[in-house]
Design a protein around this ligand. Structure first.
Ligand SMILES: [Zn+2]
Length: 119
């Protein structure tokens, strides 16, 4: 009996390469932060959970006008301490496996390269 052992070497993708794969709107969000806007109801808070007829949590859902990422934040009531947040990202926004984190300076450098006119 032969046992094969496979060594997996993870290929690390450098952030300077990863940013080149991002669509322009997603690159802008990585540079500027998301442009949050109320999702359909102007960002109103809604009752998220009640216990014995008392409100114990409220939530608010927002979406990014540029990349369409959405976020739902759940807050304790009445303290409004953030207790949970959910994010849903559009295809292509998140990094692929093995990618290093993209920092704002990486996004800014790529935006500058894209806007540069050939001389
Ligand atoms: Zn965004």
């Amino acid at each position: 009996m032969t046992t094969m052992t496979r060594t997996v070497t993870e290929q690390k993708i450098e952030p300077q390469e990863q940013v080149k794969l991002l669509r322009q709107n997603m690159l802008l969000c990585r540079s500027l932060g998301h442009a949050w806007h109320g999702a359909g109801d102007s960002g109103k808070f809604h009752v998220h959970e009640k216990r014995k007829s008392k409100i114990v949590a409220v939530s608010r859902t927002l979406s990014c006008t540029r990349c369409k990422c959405s976020r739902t934040d759940v807050y304790d009531y009445p303290s409004f301490d953030l207790v949970k947040h959910l994010r849903v990202y559009p295809d292509g926004y998140l990094l692929t496996n093995g990618a290093s984190r993209i920092w704002r300076h990486h996004a800014n450098a790529e935006l500058f390269m894209r806007q540069a006119e050939p001389s």
